[in-house]
Ligand binder design. Structure first.
Ligand code: TXA
Ligand code: MG
Length: 350
């Protein structure tokens, strides 16, 4: 695996972009930064390249990929129908952290869509992602560049840890700014539906198209009755090796409950971590206490979440207790990923 740093302000970056594009055109795999998380790119029109992506990640084959474009005009090549709502959302949020689900054209192989007749498309806003896609001249299939089941990578080092030796190239463009995967909205039916919450919030989408539904499975533990419409959302994702528990309630009660649980686990010989915030980190007693950032800055919590989950693994922690956050605005994305990391285990402090 080639690992190459890129800084678009430097002339040397042109060579890195060209190498990446050439690998993609020849059917190889390149991980690159986007403003959400790092993606593992391959030619989205080539079944063999898509197959390699599934293999490298260990991803279940029924979990479709997102095709990434670098110009709105490229949409026509892969999508059969664009509704007025989709057009409005595109005008408002592309390029950016929004993925939309459309009816697909035949040119998109079944391998890319897990056999579905729809295709997910995103136009990212990261300059490195855009430069690579433009230079390749292809729609680039790119799931998050982690091993399946692990937290999504927000740094090139995370990609290296999971996929070194399994892919052709990693383009290191620094930390992903937002840190959680894009919002997914299905625009293939009349009323748009959010299938995965992200940086583009329900409130922001409503302001553009009026009505938007939310896949009920986002807010609940997926069951046979609550089957998520995005196939990938049914898996316990984002989970570190440690067992994660969320603890909910008033701040002092949460700290007391977590400290009691931590003491008991430590007495049993477990290494215990606490996922706290700048405001609360001094309240805890455990082996490792990591702060996600300030409660007053949800964007900071979102940007640090996956990195922090990976750090607990790296430090060999067995059990992690985490505080919870508001589900308003971008908080919905944070709580969705936290709930999945915890396998929906929530304890009430009193
Ligand atoms: O921010 C992101 O979206 C990142 C960056 C790299 O762009 N990519 C990403 O891809 O998160 P991935 O593969 O980790 O997540 C794609 C999600 C999965 O839950 C998948 O099931 C869903 O999108 N998806 C893809 N195609 C779909 C379709 N046709 N219908 C419904 N869900 C779809
Ligand atoms: Mg993923």
């Amino acid at each position: 695996t080639i690992v190459a740093k890129v800084d678009l302000r430097q002339a040397s970056s042109a060579e890195v972009i060209q190498t990446a594009a050439k690998i993609l055109q020849e059917g190889g795999l390149v991980a690159f930064p986007t403003e959400t998380v790092y993606g593992l790119g391959g030619n989205g029109l080539d079944s063999a390249a898509c197959e390699k992506i599934y293999l490298a990640k260990g991803r279940p084959s029924d979990n479709p990929l997102i095709l990434h474009i670098s110009e709105i005009e490229e949409l026509d090549r892969i999508v059969a129908e664009v509704s007025p709502q989709a057009r409005a959302l595109m005008d408002a949020f592309w390029p950016g952290p929004l993925t939309m689900i459309f009816k697909k054209k035949d040119i998109v192989p079944a391998k890319a869509t897990g056999g579905l007749d729809t295709v997910a498309v995103r136009f990212p806003n990261h300059p490195v992602a855009r430069a690579i896609i433009r230079a390749a001249g292809l729609p680039i299939a790119a799931p998050s560049a982690n091993s399946s089941g692990k937290p999504s990578p927000t740094r090139a080092s995370h990609v290296e840890y999971d996929l070194n030796g399994k892919i052709d190239m990693i383009v290191d463009g620094g930390a992903a700014e937002w840190g959680l995967e894009s919002t997914i909205v299905d625009v293939s039916d009349e009323i748009p539906m959010i299938l995965r919450p992200g940086a583009v919030t329900k409130e922001m989408i409503e302001a553009v198209v009026g009505q938007v539904e939310i896949d009920p499975a986002i807010l609940h533990k997926p069951t046979a009755d609550f089957k998520p419409k995005a196939p990938g959302m049914k898996y316990t994702h984002y989970s570190p090796k440690a067992e994660v528990f969320l603890v909910k309630g008033e701040q002092t009660a949460v700290a007391e409950r977590i400290n009691a649980l931590a003491a008991a686990e430590r007495a049993a010989g477990k290494k215990v971590g606490v996922m706290a915030t700048e405001e609360t980190k001094t309240l805890y007693h455990a082996d490792i206490i990591l702060s996600l950032g300030s409660r007053a800055k949800p964007e900071e919590i979102g940007a640090n979440l996956f990195k922090t989950l990976r750090k607990f693994d790296f430090l060999g922690v067995d059990v992690v207790y985490s505080e919870v956050f508001s589900e308003k605005g971008e908080g919905m994305a944070i709580m969705n990923r936290l709930n999945k990391a915890a396998g929906y285990r929530v304890l009430e402090a009193e």
